[in-house]
Design a binder for this molecule. Sequence first.
Ligand SMILES: NC(=O)C1=CN([C@@H]2O[C@H](COP(=O)(O)OP(=O)(O)OC[C@H]3O[C@@H](n4cnc5c(N)ncnc54)[C@H](OP(=O)(O)O)[C@@H]3O)[C@@H](O)[C@H]2O)C=CC1
Ligand SMILES: CC(C)(CO)C(=O)C(=O)O
Length: 297
Amino acid sequence: MIAILGAGAMGRLWAASLPAHETAFVPRPGQTNTAPAHFHFQEADGHSRQVTVSWLSAADSPALVLITTKAGDSTEAVEHLADWLPATTPIVLFQNGLGSQQAVAERWPDRPVLAATTTEGANRPAPDQLVHAGTGDTWIGPLTKPAEQNLYGVIARLSASGLSIHAEQDILGRLWQKLIINAGINPFTALLNCRNGDILSADLYRAHIDGLCQEIAGLMDTIGRGPADAKDLRQSIEAVARGTAQNISSMRSDVLSGKRTEIDYINGYIVRLGQSLNIATPVNRMLTEQVQQLSSG
Ligand SMILES: NC(=O)C1=CN([C@@H]2O[C@H](COP(=O)(O)OP(=O)(O)OC[C@H]3O[C@@H](n4cnc5c(N)ncnc54)[C@H](OP(=O)(O)O)[C@@H]3O)[C@@H](O)[C@H]2O)C=CC1
Ligand SMILES: CC(C)(CO)C(=O)C(=O)O
């Protein structure tokens, strides 16, 4: 049994992809409605099917837990889980950005905590619908010492989903690569209320992208993740913006639906890291503050 905490788009994608009856959603503390969740799943190849997922009961003993909440919710979610989950059960964090993963790993260094980063895309146009909008790859790697021995077991279990999964020893490095892309695309799409490709010709983007890349490259060099070249970072950001030109970014989508964004774990993470190292990050700070003003977070 694989337990999934966070029955949103990503959690439902894993529940729908893993073998039927092998997954269960973890109820929120105090949740009373534990009737199975039913939803309509539109697969990436266009096929559709109904999916039913039950909720974890006290009698269940999961072999693995996937945390598929947004970044701002993951520490509190693991806090509740840690009250009853055996200390040896692996926990895999699926959050975007950086900061939330380290917070969980630092809080529970003796538990097997792993992190994942994925280019799969899923959304819920309605509460009972899940669309697998794009197939991609998922990389998983250990964050804590005890997780090192669990990595290949976790990958074997999740590979039953048919999704493309890879082991990554330097998962923080891979999360950094995704962070660069999200930091360079997401806030601009949210502030300009535009599709990913449209940022490239916008004045706001053109005025600030070099400064943003210089700030990130400087930090990466300082923390030993360099050498990083600001021009290369800009090229990577623009290649993804062109490749996903028609996408509505996750941050713009959150703003449009009135949800809290993950800005604090993307550009906001860069700002906090800069503060801790006494390195100024004015562009990332300006973008963080402006996006925070757009939404409740
Ligand atoms: N969707 C995608 O294609 C991708 C998502 N990601 C990342 O995956 C993470 C999840 O994204 P996504 O699935 O889209 O987000 P969603 O908002 O769709 O799902 C998050 C779910 O977690 C639930 N939740 C929050 N706190 C708790 C809790 N304490 N206990 C139980 N459930 C809880 C939320 O419930 P409620 O709605 O009631 O608050 C919601 O159903 C994010 O970090 C995102 O950036 C990464 C790549 C692609
Ligand atoms: C790569 C990108 C920008 C694609 O939309 C993304 O990851 C997101 O929207 O969060």
